[in-house]
Design a protein around this ligand. Structure first.
Ligand SMILES: C[S@@+](CC[C@H](N)C(=O)[O-])C[C@H]1O[C@@H](n2cnc3c(N)ncnc32)[C@H](O)[C@@H]1O
Length: 257
């Protein structure tokens, strides 16, 4: 599967997760933290691309028990806090602030932390050890010339039959903006991700064939980053894409065959 998360899916996940007391508490805290600390806006504005991505990943993994789960680039992980009681949870990240991630190792009791990047083939992360690997808002920060090492290392640490789930931020544009260089860059990145759709040489394939390709344009169905978040970022660092594009998330899931 390689597709863009829709608003309907997000709302369905929220409805599915709402009866779960620990998720309700988690969601309240996450929204408050993101809304007040990171974005600095008031309560009531708390749905962001992160809450959309968290809902996607957590809905996929919430029933897992006794599994070995690795989060790549987890930063100060939110989803592992919900999975750590029932599973053996690991996180790999260098905490160097890449993509605005944390600069310090977080306190995450019950989670084994490896201070490195995936792509470095760190032997502490043993080959064939994990049932599931996931990431949220990480893959879009991997330099394209490092993507192959990243994917190869992801595949290395998974068991046969293991799953790799990535929620990947991207900007999508109107067809009229096709010549925009930032759009060209996004299309190039999407092409590179899709080069891993079915890779017998690496032993991975998407669980379903991709539903989108690099030529995708915005659809009103897509869940997107709210304008107030983009406005906030634009004040920090201005870029044309925030004015003319929409920020959405790919949901992508592979199986190691
Ligand atoms: C935008 S932050 C996202 C952090 C967290 N997943 C979240 O959603 O809040 C990107 C994170 O990816 C990490 N990262 C980048 N490349 C990585 C790699 N090759 N392996 C592991 N982590 C990586 C960065 O250090 C950073 O903490």
């Amino acid at each position: 599967m390689f597709d863009v998360i829709t608003r309907k899916e997000y709302w369905d996940w929220l409805n599915e997760l709402e009866p779960e007391a620990k998720y309700r508490g988690f969601l309240r805290r996450t929204r408050r933290n993101l809304a007040l600390r990171r974005y600095g806006f008031g309560m009531g504005d708390e749905h962001t691309l992160k809450t959309i991505q968290d809902a996607y990943v957590y809905t996929r993994l919430r029933k897992e028990k006794g599994k070995k789960i690795l989060e790549a680039g987890g930063g100060n992980s939110r989803v592992l806090r919900l999975l750590r009681k029932a599973n053996e949870c690991w996180l790999v990240d260098k905490f160097e602030g890449m993509g605005n991630g944390p600069l310090r190792r977080p306190f995450l009791g019950g989670v084994k932390i490896v201070e490195d990047y995936l792509g470095e083939f760190n032997p502490i992360l043993r080959a064939g050890y994990f049932d599931t690997l996931f990431s949220i808002s990480v893959v879009e920060h991997i330099p394209l010339d490092y993507l192959d090492a990243f994917f190869r290392d992801c595949v290395r640490v998974l068991k046969p039959g293991g799953r790799m789930i990535h929620a990947i931020d991207t900007y999508i544009y109107d067809p009229a903006d096709r010549q925009n260089p930032e759009l060209q860059e996004m299309m190039e990145r999407t092409k590179c991700y899709l080069a891993y759709a079915d890779r017998p040489d690496l032993g991975i394939r998407l669980v379903r064939p991709p539903q989108v390709d690099a030529n995708l344009v915005f659809s009103c169905r897509y869940a997107s980053q709210p304008d107030n978040v983009l406005y906030k970022w634009q004040q920090g660092f201005a870029t044309i894409k925030r004015e003319i594009a929409q920020m959405v998330s790919f949901k992508a899931e592979w199986i190691k065959v």
